[in-house]
Ligand binder design. Structure first.
Ligand SMILES: C[S@@+](CC[C@H](N)C(=O)[O-])C[C@H]1O[C@@H](n2cnc3c(N)ncnc32)[C@H](O)[C@@H]1O
Ligand SMILES: Nc1nc2[nH]cc(C(=O)O)c2c(=O)[nH]1
Ligand code: SF4
Ligand SMILES: [Mg+2]
Length: 205
């Protein structure tokens, strides 16, 4: 299996349950809910994406990609943690990559839109559902809903099983208003919690 990877970088997880944790991010190229081209955004299923994920480097084997992640992690002792994101990582992540990353000593987390079934063995799954896209998962370690999303109110996810439920204000021109609305929603509706994209204020990738 060839993996097409937009970028690999070492940073702190800026969102959700693993906030602040040293991580290697593997950002896979491509998504099933948007082409990544600005001219296609208005007609896409997912229209608020904050991420560049087009194109990148081919990695011909799972052990090769896992070694690239290990090189990126560097010399920091132990606690290796990798976040598979994109784009939509589950279009490409397979059992061979899970095995190879584990063999390099990584705990594996995934950021997914929940429309694609994951291979077995991933240690931490964060599902971030998108209005208008069919969820094929009904549980995860954490649920992280970008808020507000017309057509996908938090209530609609009452049947989704997750120990942690986050509302993440939609970044864009209305970020301040979205943050206030998300905070108000969390105050009125525990167990929803507020997830601020901390890396954007820490000025790290
Ligand atoms: C770029 S996505 C990649 C992973 C996967 N495709 C997904 O949507 O979960 C990573 C995370 O950023 C969130 N995100 C994307 N655009 C955002 C925005 N404008 N404001 C807040 N969060 C956003 C997504 O919902 C997801 O939780
Ligand atoms: N620091 C940092 N944390 C993140 N958590 C999820 C991200 C993503 O784009 O998937 C992300 C990201 O892009 N940067
Ligand atoms: S599903 Fe994820 S990667 Fe795809 S366009 Fe939406 S936020 Fe971006
Ligand atoms: Mg991001």
């Amino acid at each position: 299996m060839t993996y097409i990877v937009h970028s690999i970088f070492h940073t702190l997880q800026g969102e959700g349950a693993n906030l602040g944790r040293a991580s290697v991010f593997i950002r896979f190229a491509g998504c099933n809910l948007w082409s990544g081209r600005e001219e296609d955004r208005a007609a896409a299923t997912c229209r608020f994406c904050d991420t560049e994920f087009r194109g990148g480097t081919r990695h011909a084997t799972a052990p090769g990609l896992a070694r690239a992640a290990a090189r990126c992690w560097g010399a920091a002792p132990g606690h290796r943690f990798v976040v598979l994101t994109g784009g939509e990582p589950l279009l490409q992540v397979d059992a061979a990559l899970v095995e190879a990353l584990h063999a390099e000593g990584f705990v594996i987390a995934v950021e997914t839109n929940g429309t694609v079934r994951p291979p077995k063995g991933i240690d931490w799954i964060c599902v971030s559902p998108k209005a208008g896209a069919e969820l094929v998962l009904d549980h995860a370690d954490e649920l992280k809903l970008v808020f507000p999303q017309p057509g996908l109110p938090p209530d609609a996810l009452a049947g989704f099983a997750a120990a942690q439920r986050w509302l993440q204000p939609m970044d864009g021109p209305a970020l301040a208003a979205n943050t206030a609305a998300a905070a108000a929603y969390c105050l009125a509706n525990p167990p929803w919690r507020l997830s601020i994209q901390a890396h954007k204020t820490w000025n790290i990738p």
